[in-house]
Design a protein around this ligand. Structure first.
Ligand code: CO8
Length: 260
């Protein structure tokens, strides 16, 4: 399968920019997730890379989240493999010792929001047509504990509870107010602002920042590491239920109808 993203590492600045390019909506397919984890692993091992910017090469969309077609009508074995790749993506990103910035230049529902929340800092295009949030309940599915904790660790318990129960999507100005993103800038400035912000983060001694980051995030990471199999089993049992498959089907049809 062809590449779903480009990686540009500038050895002068120590910044890598990963640009998602998986039309039409940068959905997180098994191929996408595998390629992403592999890129993160390479950059993590590269002494010349200190920071990563995640952004989209497609107009209007950062990422549509998990690829629903990987969860609909698939065998339990496929669902296992897919979920393991989702876990791997998150472990590599949330646990990265590099400084990570989400340059959110489009909508970012569900798994797309998780990716952004897993970075150290979020800069979003100041465009009220773009929204971000963990909307899982709207699809009749449930965000797992590590999605939930990633959000709690960013915006606190109350905002997370409201957002998750209602499956709220926040338009850019509201995402800023709720703390889901840290900064709004003009669309064409999103990536350059992320790079400028990285330069500021680089001024902090790496070892001190890395230990601090780990102190903040390790409890959540360790919780998944010690329960990966249980988490996979939970996902497979849940997603392969007839009622859940029916919900996913209805949701996919509603996406199509919206267009017709
Ligand atoms: N997966 C697969 N295909 C998708 C997805 C997706 N997540 N999102 C959109 N598509 C498809 C559409 O069906 C459409 O296909 P087609 O052209 O064949 O009809 C095509 O991509 C283009 O979509 P739109 O016409 O809707 O494009 P727009 O530019 O109008 O809108 C959006 C883009 C805003 C991204 C919109 O497509 C959207 O809202 N998509 C749904 C996003 C979503 O709800 N994702 C949730 C996925 S679930 C998840 O990430 C976490 C699950 C946690 C696990 C739960 C444990 C049980």
């Amino acid at each position: 399968s062809s590449s779903k993203m480009t990686v540009d590492l500038d050895s002068g600045t120590g910044i890598a920019v990963i640009r998602f390019h998986s039309p039409p909506v940068n959905s997180l397919s098994l191929d996408f997730l595998t390629e992403f984890a592999s890129n993160m692993e390479k950059l993590e091992l590269d002494k010349g890379c200190r920071g990563v910017v995640l952004t989209s090469a497609l107009p209007k969309i950062f990422s549509a989240g998990l690829d629903i077609t990987e969860m609909y009508g698939k065998s339990p074995e496929h669902c296992r493999e897919f979920w393991k790749a989702v876990q791997e993506m998150w472990l590599k990103l949330y646990g990265s010792s590099m400084v990570t910035m989400a340059a959110i230049n489009g909508s970012s529902p569900a798994g797309g929001c998780l990716m952004a929340l897993s970075c150290d800092y979020r800069i979003m295009a100041d465009n009220p047509r773009y929204s971000i949030g963990l909307n899982e309940t709207q699809l009749g599915i449930v965000a797992p504990f590590w999605f939930k904790e990633t959000m709690v660790n960013t915006v606190g318990h109350r905002v997370t509870e409201l957002s998750l129960q209602l499956g709220l999507m926040y338009i850019a100005p509201d995402a800023l107010k709720s703390g889901l993103v840290d900064q709004l800038v003009a669309e064409e400035m999103v990536v350059t602002t992320a790079m400028e912000t990285l330069a500021k983060w680089f001024a902090v001694p790496d070892h001190a920042r890395q230990i601090t980051k780990s102190m903040m995030r390790k409890p959540t990471v360790d919780k998944l590491l010690s329960s990966r199999e249980v988490d996979i089993n939970n996902f497979v049992t849940f997603i392969t239920k007839d009622s859940i498959q029916k919900s996913l089907k209805m949701y996919m049809e509603s996406l199509r109808k919206k267009k017709a």
